[in-house]
Ligand binder design. Structure first.
Ligand code: BG6
Ligand code: MG
Length: 227
């Protein structure tokens, strides 16, 4: 028998799903790393997707010891550089297909949430003109344990008044899919990062429609129930 899904909400990661800020994070970290003589490449930057600012710095340092006050100064400097890039963001930077997806979800009565590790999430949503869509916004200030812990998604689901198995998480990062699966959410991977362990993957945001999400997740649930 095909299990029927009871989906009541969609929860979106921000960076890499609603807009693509990974390049700005890269350029800001790169400037900071260059100033401190730390090797850091675009490929290194891929490992920073979805993880917190502090964990990003730890991954850039690759085990090199650093005093915590110095780490704080470096993170503040990187964030200043990042925020300067954010000033150029407009609604034209929303990824393709996202407004249509949000409109159709709203029209269907689904709850909508954002769950981003970023402490800049609210500012980015404002600049994109997307804030009004969301019933709950979770950011890097809301929980102590960030992705891959499920806490942020659980926090947002609570505010949307849904159980994890009634919510679909959209994520572009390995750490984000790990978090969604650990929390018992339906997990949809977006893009080309290592998100193949999600229940369903779309290469591009422009391919995502509600029908495809529901069909794909139903098929994934049917596969799981046969196993
Ligand atoms: C995530 C990004 O959304 O936010 C990470 O994918 C980033 O790359 C993290 O490190 C924290 O962002 P911020 O804006 O708080 O430094
Ligand atoms: Mg992301």
């Amino acid at each position: 028998m095909t299990p029927s899904l009871d989906i009541r909400a969609l929860i979106f990661d921000l960076d890499g799903v609603l807009t693509d800020t990974a390049e700005f994070h890269y350029l800001a970290w790169k400037r900071m790393a260059d100033e401190e003589g730390i090797p850091f490449t675009r490929q290194d930057n891929e490992a920073l997707r979805g993880v917190s600012r502090r964990e990003s710095l730890a991954r850039i340092l690759k085990g090199r010891p650093i005093e915590e006050p110095v780490a704080q100064v470096w993170m503040t400097r990187k964030n200043d550089y990042y925020q300067a890039y954010l000033e150029g963001i407009t609604p034209a930077d929303i990824l393709p297909g996202i407004p249509q997806l949000l409109d159709s979800a709203k029209a269907t009565g689904l709850g909508l949430g954002v769950a981003s590790a970023s402490r800049n999430a609210r500012g980015v949503l404002e600049r994109l003109g997307l804030t009004h869509y969301f019933d709950a916004i979770g950011d890097g200030y809301c929980v102590a344990n960030t992705k891959p812990a499920p806490d942020l998604f659980v926090w947002v689901a609570g505010r949307l008044d849904v159980h994890p198995d009634q919510a679909v998480v959209f994520e572009d990062a390995e750490a984000g899919i790990d978090a969604a699966l650990a929390g018992g959410f339906h997990a949809v991977g977006v893009g080309r990062s290592p998100v193949g362990h999600a229940h369903l993957v779309f290469q591009n945001t422009s391919d995502i429609t509600l029908d495809r999400v529901f069909d794909g997740l139903s098929q994934a649930a049917a596969r799981t129930s046969r196993e």
